[in-house]
Design a binder for this molecule. Sequence first.
Ligand code: ADP
Ligand code: ZN
Length: 616
Amino acid sequence: MSPDPSLALENTADTPDTAQQILRRVFGYEAFRGQQQAVIDTVAGGRDAFVIMPTGGGKSLCYQIPALLRPGLGVVVSPLIALMQDQVAALRQAGVRAAYLNSSLSLEEQREVEEQARSGELDLLYAAPERLLTPRTLALLERCELALFAIDEAHCVSQWGHDFRPEYLQLAELAQRFPAVPRVALTATADERTRHEIRQRLSLEQSEEFIGGFDRPNIRYRVTRKQNARDQLLRFMAAEHKGDAGIVYCLSRKKVDAMAEWLRGKGWPALPYHAGLDAEVRRRHQERFLKEDGVVMVATIAFGMGIDKPNVRFVAHLDLPKSLEAYYQETGRAGRDGLPANAWMSYGLQDVLTLRQMMDGSEANETQKRVERHKLEAMLAFCEITGCRRQSLLSYFGDTLPAPCGNCDTCLEPVQTWDGTEAARKALSCCYRTGQRFGVTYLIDVLRGKDDDRIRRLGHDRLSVYGLGSDMDAAQWRSVFRQLIARGLLSVDLDGHGSLRLTEACRPVLRGEETLELRKDPARAPRKRGADLRSRFDDPADERLFNALRACRRRLAEEQGVPPYVIFHDATLMEMVEYRPDTYEQLRLLNGVGEKKLTDYGDAFLEVIREQGVDA
Ligand code: ADP
Ligand code: ZN
């Protein structure tokens, strides 16, 4: 039986739709995830909610479905115009009556949207906070029946957070003006203090709180020891991510430009993104990243918020982020579609030195510095950890994972440790005896007994530590120093030469009261084991079909000027490859195929599948 497309979106039954039916019929999904159902019940029941879910956890449905269940207009506050436009495009694809109000609209377009809102022709209206709070928009809303307010990226209200937007502070006004309308605030920020602040500032003290688990099981976390970061990155990308979209984060604008150019020279479609670029260039690069398949964005942290492209297959860090919060948020941009994705980072002695120095030289007051230092400690500990990375990440956010995950580098390739107590003592004592005025390279030269003019001139060849460490090579010594600095047994001076000093923390080791288990760094990049991301295409016919489906999707997306994933996600295309549906009925069973998309695109994709079947 083929569906009657004209009826697809209407609910012709006498009973109203349930949340479950909307999930299936409109969004094409089988089951709710995590806390979604509970949030939807609360908001649909007219009560406020505060929702904390990791990036990719599925926050949008938490307000989109209640807006469809309740009579009237759902108003969504969202900070970024580009994000709004994509969300609205995606909703329209699913047959939801959605629109946005922002500065990109002409006056005429704006009037049209307002008229639609007034006459009850919209289910969802997206607006930036400054637009929402204009007298004009508020007056409009007073004349509409309102289903709910959703405040997305609610951490923007927090002055401590990294995305503070003053306009968000005024959103508390909504509670006074529209006391009968339920409000739901959503964020991915886990930090307890920020959470508290959000509730307070948005007058949500009384609301129910929903905290989703923080785990992103499809992301594989890896930290490799930095040798030649560029080449390592390139090898990683070539081995696992040909044709995939990804983000490469660097600390400085200069490095972003250089890396993007270098990758382009190696044949990768890489684009730079940072705050120093022209707004128009940034917009164009972001658009290409969203709309084309397989673009690699090389960026500073200026890039990312509100990028909800679901098929970012990898996020790479060439420099160490300043905190685990930042790391988790940035890596969280990979694999929102739930398919395997990689979080890859290269990390080395220089990262530790740079960050330690940056921290100590920071202008912040003492309290702020203490917070920053604490965050950096946690980040460094994560890099040097010998146990499961995911367990350590989650425990940092107050979540627990009972067993090692099996999907991080330390699980896949267990780290060897060695008793580094003796070596540490030698390193510390070398630092002490040479007057705590030298950097790592010099100290290693002394330890290894290098024949060197400067050492002789300073008389360091007569010290007892001279040549005391000739049993280990320079790389091994660098590894020891890195770990001593990461663990805070040595601190880095601000003199610009990276001189090392002993800290209080090294006393127990020097006195022989404490032993030190150190990480044994692998001699070269570890071979990866376990499920390969690409193993999904064991069969070349599958890969051909996948590529043909992608091409079909790209064509449809270009016709309409929307990003490809707004048509169908990769996950849906993967299911088409796996199940080779032949009829509407079979296609409808796949995840992500709702009634409207079945009607609009069913034929096109079924035809691709049939053609490929013939070729095979
Ligand atoms: P967030 O805003 O929390 O980062 P989104 O709302 O963008 O996450 O959802 C992430 C992805 O998961 C989206 O592509 C969405 O379509 C998908 N998704 C959300 N809920 C479900 C569900 N119940 N079943 C399948 N996919 C879902
Ligand atoms: Zn693990």
